[in-house]
Write a new protein. Structure first.
Length: 606
């Protein structure tokens, strides 16, 4: 039954006086025993008097005419609550629970929940490698933001994840896509609102480095590389063929990257997991560095993290490897080209302020973070030290642990799901109703992370579960991009989470939509290129203009203000982004100015 404005107002009024125990009450009443008809609420077979909002709120004392003991079995946990309250308070709590569920209570919406209720998935054997998680987080944050990691001494992981985990640049972000032709604008162009939505196969990706061949290390931030001719991006930084996936909340992914190629199991070396039988790291056993195969489950973010650093488009001149990257960074001061705020939530105590970088070394950070059997040897193996050889292990696990802190679980939606019924206004609640109902959104965007492509939703012992959350939504023809490596040629892509989506445009794996309203319109018309692999939930929806606006309004409630204002744990070192902003170092207190939307567009703009 649809919520009416009167009931919504009544619910919010009651909520303001029942913050102490409303969430407990609400969690223990099931929707199947509740109904709201003709202005009367039925709960467990008992019916209230007519519900009438009072002038100053909602007079619950005139509503209830049943006792706690008569509630059905599914609601009996409330009896214990009632025994600790006076009868009026007990009845009020229970009727509030019934009213909220009858009119659209979050606990009645299967699957959706606060992200605070979802544990951070980490490898069960992480302690076999990491000695100090706090130290590993410091190491991971430094590596993630360090521009010295790039072959050109400029490109860090953060350059593609600098705003709410996304890349919102508009200059030189166009890739010609499958047909190899720039149909929207020339290479290197600056995009504008008139270019969107893109429907010609071009991709809005992220720029990496200029095409070049690795020659050797220089002893400084810039590697010795030979420039190569580039017919696609002449004189320009190369651009990736997919839009940058978010690193915020990515710790919940079962597999990572749009195509899922970052395996759930980390092998210590590359994204391939157990599909690479030759992956080995060095373990010091009885003083001897010994090649061993390792396996860390629920570590797809570690598998993902070791992909870009030596990728010839994203960060490195073609041909560099991790031992070489390790040698480079071990010889340079961490974040040596960047400022670190003394109030940085992770790195502040190591800040070299007013100078750049940290007052420590990468070797010291590694020694503090990892167990000694993974670094404590002076032996040289294949021309590199143990620490250099194992740099992929340190990089993957420490960046994973840093990103495990990048969880945006304090949105107004989370507060609403945790029982603060004042957190969403009536339009946003209507949008949530569309989200879980007519809009069919929860078919893919479910749970606390708002995606089913998660560890929580998947069972690694069931092969089919590895494909969960990878969907063909008809964004582009199948021939453009085959998608999921486990379902090749079907154009199925990982369902992204929706948190902070207000700030992370452009949208979809090809970045072809600029605003949330454009995304809603896409789903309302049943996709742009439906095909034999398109999910059955992708179909014309028949949403009204008011429902579309409500859905967009709800999506805005998924923004965490700590992200919006770059407050801890989303603070960071300084970072100069090519063809983008020069980002100052940010301490735990964040910025005075909020992050904006892609191109500064209204999320409601079609």
């Amino acid at each position: 039954m649809r919520e009416t404005p009167n009931y919504a107002a009544a619910a919010r009024a009651v909520a303001s006086s029942l913050q102490g125990y409303q969430a407990l009450a609400m969690r223990n009443v099931r929707p199947r025993v509740i109904s709201l008809q003709a202005g009367k609420l039925t709960c467990g077979g008992m019916t209230s008097r007519p519900l009438t909002p009072a002038s100053g709120g909602f007079d619950m004392h005139t509503v209830v005419r049943f006792r706690p003991a008569r509630l059905p079995r599914t609601a009996r946990p409330l009896v214990a609550v009632g025994q600790r309250m006076n009868s009026t308070a007990s009845r009020t709590a229970m009727m509030l629970a019934c009213l909220m569920i009858a009119t659209g209570s979050p606990p009645a919406w299967a699957g959706l929940k606060s992200l605070k209720r979802v544990p951070i998935p980490l490898p069960p054997n992480l302690g076999d490698f990491v000695a100090d998680r706090s130290a590993a987080i410091k190491l991971g944050k430094a590596l993630f933001w360090d521009t010295q990691a790039g072959g050109d001494g400029v490109q860090a992981c953060a350059q593609c994840h600098f705003q709410a985990g996304a890349d919102v640049r508009v200059t030189n972000t166009l890739n010609p896509g499958a047909n190899g032709v720039f149909d929207t604008a020339p290479a290197g162009a600056t995009l504008n609102a008139g270019n969107f939505p893109i429907n010609n196969g071009d991709v809005v990706g992220s720029q990496g480095i200029m095409k070049s061949l690795f020659v050797g290390l220089s002893g400084g931030p810039v590697d010795s590389c030979t420039p190569l001719a580039d017919a696609v991006f002449p004189g320009l930084r190369q651009v990736t063929g997919r839009n940058t996936p978010l690193n915020l909340n990515a710790i919940f992914n079962f597999r990572s990257f749009w195509d899922g190629r970052a395996n759930n199991v980390f092998n210590g070396v590359n994204p391939a997991g157990p599909t690479d039988p030759n992956a080995r790291v060095l373990k010091v056993i009885n003083g001897v560095p010994t090649p061993v195969a390792i396996s860390l489950k629920n570590a797809s973010l570690a598998s993902q993290a070791v992909g870009p650093p030596n990728n010839r488009v994203e960060m490195s001149c073609d041909g560099r490897n991790f031992p070489q990257l390790g040698r480079k960074l071990l010889g340079l001061p961490p974040l040596g080209q960047q400022m670190v705020d003394p109030a940085d939530s992770a790195l502040g105590g190591l800040s070299n302020f007013p100078g750049p970088g940290l007052n420590t070394s990468y070797a010291a950070l590694i020694q503090a973070a990892f167990r000694p059997e993974w670094w404590n040897s002076s032996a040289i193996v294949n021309g590199f030290s143990v620490m250099e050889n194992n740099f992929s292990l340190y990089w993957g696990l420490s960046v994973m642990l840093y990103n495990s802190t990048q969880v945006s679980d304090d949105t107004r939606f989370d507060r609403f799901m945790d029982g603060n019924l004042l957190a969403l206004n009536s339009q946003e609640q209507q949008g949530l109703d569309v989200f879980r109902g007519k809009g069919r959104c929860t078919a893919c965007h479910d749970g606390g992370p708002l995606t089913r492509a998660t560890v929580e939703s998947s069972d690694s012992t069931i092969p089919s579960d590895s494909k969960r959350g990878f969907i063909n939504t008809g964004v582009r023809p199948v021939a453009d991009d085959g998608g999921d490596i486990l379902q090749p040629g079907q154009a199925k892509f990982k369902t992204p989470g929706l948190r902070n989506v207000e700030l992370t445009g452009p949208y979809f794996h090809n970045g072809d939509k600029a605003t949330l309203r454009q995304v809603v319109d896409f789903y309302d018309r049943g996709g742009d290129f439906p095909n034999q692999f398109t999910d059955s939930q992708i179909r014309p929806l028949g949403l009204t203009a008011a429902e579309k606006d409500a859905l967009v309004a709800f999506l805005l409630s998924l923004t965490d203000d700590r992200v919006r204002f770059q407050r801890a744990p989303f603070d960071h070192p300084s970072c100069n982004v090519p063809n983008g902003p020069n980002i100052p170092a940010m301490g735990a207190g964040g910025a005075a100015t909020p992050l904006g939307t892609f191109l500064g567009l209204s999320p409601f703009q079609p």
